[in-house]
Design a protein around this ligand. Structure first.
Ligand code: VG1
Ligand code: CO
Length: 541
């Protein structure tokens, strides 16, 4: 087979800091566009000659065709082997696991995560390194530089490979190995959690509902929850992955997983419910009559991790993204663990996990994970919850009440303003940034400002530096507000406002009421309503 060289298409707007490229699907489908980005990855990582790569995606529209393009391009550039899940399907955590288990040089994940899929929705391509985690800034910067210098890409003239059957085939000189996307991942889960005690729980009438949102976790959840753990058939709902996620928004939060959320407050609610996103790395957790914020979930999992076999030896430390609430910090402090605050994005946890400094980490954006892979892991979090529920025998609401009684309650909410004008959003942040030095000591709303900074981070392991990671404002009563712009959107700008307050002895159960003073302070400081013309946020989680 002959390698052919074709001129490239400019890849407009790739942000150097993001770990992949997320665009409208039709943009990726333009002739030569996907090819140009993939060639930029190959060039940015020093070529793929002789390398072993993992390839898989969340099954969204264009996943199948993109996989064929990438296979031909890997073969044309001399890759030795590409390992892919049947149908080119792999959840993000399963891809991370496969890279690690097989000692691959890296991998490509096809997904736009929780963004909708379809010809008029979103697609994405992400490169993961040999530790199984998202490419760090140095690698994404090299890929970005390569994309700007690109003048041709290499591919093969070859028919599509049949990816529906397990086994090995050849494409030119490269081996294409098709594996079961679920088996290795499910086996890994059995090494971390007590399947026997969870099976007994489910046999004793405990009801579970898992909403796969017509995304990639369907087959994983059916295999693990229904087949291996014996949950009643049908416990996994929306289990069939669809290229457009059934026209849904595969984002597990109270807004986009509303039917599940509402069901947990209605008569006949099951004991425990959870949902995951498009590519399976996010999770939302609920009990009967209770929604657990991701920040609280991280804190609870950290506090109870020792009940699970994989973590029985205790945790080395914990990490959270800076905007994530400090609920986990309070657990770490009482247990004497180191606790790190990193910039937003899972890639920043990689060095800490690799160096053995932390065991558990998480983000407020419905992401929780551990050192078992190098991505956040939705089903893993669900299983950890189930394991803890099974060992303690307490309902979710009781577990949380006991947790808050021990550590106090960290009230927390995120308000998102989506699709706002990019220039307005940039100006809002840069004006706030300019005002930062004068803020400490001033009043905002009814609160006194104690600290104000634009978060910067020096990685304690490799010394790499990340600046301008979000405006963080601390108030005298321990309240906190964070403002930053999303790096994952594909339309306009999204402003995220993170609100936090703390009560040692929590009163009531109204999160937004508890956070109203912080919100008033943010409005006074940033004037979001006046600047954007919006009456309020589009999504509140
Ligand atoms: C969002 C979340 C962030 C998460 C990222 C990728 O980023 O806030 O915590 O790591 O999505 O998640 P941003 O820049 O839009 O705030 V996933 O599940 O889309 O890979
Ligand atoms: Co995701």
């Amino acid at each position: 087979m002959q390698a052919i060289s074709t001129p490239t298409t400019p890849i407009a707007g790739q942000k150097p800091g993001t770990s992949g490229l997320r665009k409208k699907t039709r943009v990726f489908m333009q002739p030569g566009y996907l090819e140009s980005f993939v060639q930029a990855i190959w060039n940015g990582i020093g070529g793929v000659q002789g390398k072993v790569l993992v390839l898989g995606g969340d099954g969204r529209y264009f996943n199948d065709r993109a996989a064929q393009v990438i296979l031909r391009m890997a073969a044309a550039s001399g890759a030795a082997r590409v390992i892919t899940g049947a149908g080119a399907i792999l959840s993000t955590p399963a891809a991370s696991n496969l890279i690690r288990q097989r000692g691959a040089d890296g991998g490509i994940i096809l997904s736009a995560s929780h963004n909708p899929g379809g010809p008029d929705a979103d697609f994405g391509v992400k490169y993961n390194i040999a530790n199984g985690g998202p490419a760090p800034e140095a690698v994404t910067a090299a890929i970005h530089a390569a994309s700007e210098a690109l003048d041709h890409y290499l591919t093969l003239e070859a028919p599509d490979i049949d990816l529906s059957h397990l086994g090995e085939t050849r494409l030119g000189d490269m081996v294409v190995e098709v594996v079961d996307p679920v088996a290795d991942y499910a086996d890994l889960m059995e090494t971390l959690f007590d399947f026997k005690v969870m099976r007994a729980l489910l046999q004793n009438g405990f009801q579970l509902r898992f909403d796969a949102m017509h995304a990639v976790t369907g087959p994983y959840a059916v295999e693990i929850l229904e087949r291996r753990l014996g949950a009643a058939p049908g416990s996994v709902i929306n289990a069939r992955p669809l290229p457009d996620f059934g026209q849904g928004h595969p984002d597990p939060n109270p807004v986009w997983a509303k039917p599940l959320y509402d069901a947990m407050f209605a008569p006949g609610a099951p004991d425990f419910a959870a949902a995951s996103d498009g590519d399976g790395d996010r999770n939302m957790v609920m009990g009967r009559g209770i929604y657990v914020t991701p920040s609280d979930s991280l804190a609870l999992l950290a506090a109870q991790a020792h009940l699970c076999p994989g973590y029985a030896g205790g945790l080395k430390g914990v990490a959270r993204s800076m905007p994530t609430s400090r609920a986990v910090d309070r657990v770490a402090q009482s247990r004497g663990w180191p606790c790190y605050a990193t910039p937003t994005g899972w890639k920043f946890f990689g060095t800490l996990l690799d160096a053995g400094r932390v065991t558990l980490c998480g983000e407020e954006s419905f992401g929780t994970g551990s050192d078992h892979v190098r991505e956040k892991d939705g089903l893993w979090a669900v299983l950890m919850w189930l394991n803890i529920l099974a060992v303690t025998g307490k309902p979710v609401a009781q577990l949380m009440a006991d947790h808050w009684a021990e550590f106090g309650r960290t009230w927390y909410s995120r308000h998102d303003y989506e699709g706002i004008d990019a220039a307005t959003a940039e100006a809002l942040i840069s004006d706030l940034r300019a005002a930062l030095p004068g803020l400490p000591g001033q009043q905002a709303g009814g609160l006194r400002i104690e600290s104000a900074e634009d978060f910067a981070y020096t990685d304690p392991v490799d010394g790499s530096r990340a600046e301008r990671q979000g405006i963080q404002i601390g108030f005298a009563g321990g309240e906190r507000a964070v403002l930053r712009l999303s790096g994952t959107g594909t339309e306009g700008a999204t402003l995220r406002v993170y609100l936090e307050a703390y009560e040692r002895v929590p009163r009531g159960d109204d999160t937004q009421a508890a956070l109203a003073p912080v919100l008033a302070a943010v409005e006074a400081l940033a004037g979001i309503r006046a600047r954007t013309g919006r009456a309020g946020p589009d999504v509140v989680t």
